[in-house]
Design a protein around this ligand. Structure first.
Ligand SMILES: [Fe+2]
Ligand SMILES: [Fe+2]
Length: 294
């Protein structure tokens, strides 16, 4: 946490906190599926029966199971077969992705993101983070894709306040040189909270797993002394910086963040690795996005 001083009194903080607490929760099925994914003794048959009663989720699971994105070769008509093909982890990712897609699709005036731009950025980061783990031969942490998808969720709440304070925020980040101050730090200084903290607070309110909360809270500060090294936060951070470097969802802040040199060194990241991640992600992204909003 960055200490506040008398020059950055944050009047809107109380209002922001109220908005966080009143923001609509994720559907109960999302939370149920996340819990089921963590349960090694989950009753798969019972889960199929529960999902069957939700026509929207059933349709989405069938659509995904039959998509080229998941390597479909023959048509699947039954929910149970679709769920077996996808597996619990992917099912919960699909359900979460569908639940947040309509929230992420909106235009964010403060962050200067056109409609669908935040969704595109979020899906891109989710795919890239998993691809990065694979290419580095790191077993992807269970919630990595979802962490990528939700990493900037807090921007939805902060957008109005960013619009009000945009000039002050940009002025405080300084120029593009070495002395640039990361946008999330400036957000915290001026508003009393930044979009990573808002997103983490939302996920905490919804009782999402701690792994997810930490990855979202520290996606701009993966080596913060408050946490031990967290692979999800580190990989979401790199995927996020890569998204901005290839122009996915830059908005007002995308060029005002700094890549963490400790993470780059720790993961032995070379430009060729990142180029490969970026090109594979671009390929997969359009298809997954069209499944989500189509
Ligand atoms: Fe962010
Ligand atoms: Fe981001």
């Amino acid at each position: 946490m960055i200490p506040l001083n008398s020059t950055n009194i944050n009047k809107p903080l109380k209002e922001i906190e109220k908005r966080i607490d009143s923001y609509p929760a994720m559907p109960a099925m999302c939370q149920h599926l996340i819990k089921s994914c963590e349960d090694p003794d989950v009753n798969f048959k019972k889960l199929v029966d529960e999902i069957r009663y939700d026509p929207g989720i059933t349709a989405n699971i069938l659509k995904m199971a039959n998509s080229a994105y998941y390597g479909s070769s023959r048509r699947i008509e039954s929910l149970q077969t679709a769920m077996v093909r996808l597996g619990l982890k992917q099912i919960s990712e699909i359900v979460i992705a569908h639940s947040v897609a309509d929230r992420l699709v909106k235009k964010l005036q403060g962050y200067d993101l056109r409609p669908e731009e935040l969704l595109k950025h979020s899906v891109w980061v989710a795919i890239a983070a998993e691809d990065l783990a694979n290419v580095l031969h790191i077993k992807p942490p269970a919630m990595l894709f979802t962490a990528g998808l939700l990493h900037d969720l807090g921007k939805i709440i902060l957008d109005d306040y960013i619009l009000d304070q945009r000039e002050a925020l940009l002025k405080a980040t300084g120029n593009n040189g070495e002395d640039k101050i990361s946008f999330d730090i400036v957000e915290h200084q001026i508003l009393g909270i930044n979009h990573s903290e808002v997103g983490a607070q939302l996920l905490e309110n919804w009782n999402f797993p701690e792994e997810l909360v930490i990855a979202v809270r520290y996606h701009h500060a993966p080596t913060d002394p408050d946490i031990e090294y967290d692979p999800s936060a580190a990989m979401v951070h790199i995927a996020d910086m890569l998204a901005y470097s290839v122009g996915i969802g830059i908005g007002v802040d995308g060029l005002q963040y700094v890549s963490n040199p400790e993470v780059i060194e720790r993961l032995h990241l070379k430009p060729i690795i990142l180029e490969g991640v970026a090109s594979r992600t671009l390929e997969k992204m359009e298809e997954l996005k069209s499944l989500l909003v189509g």
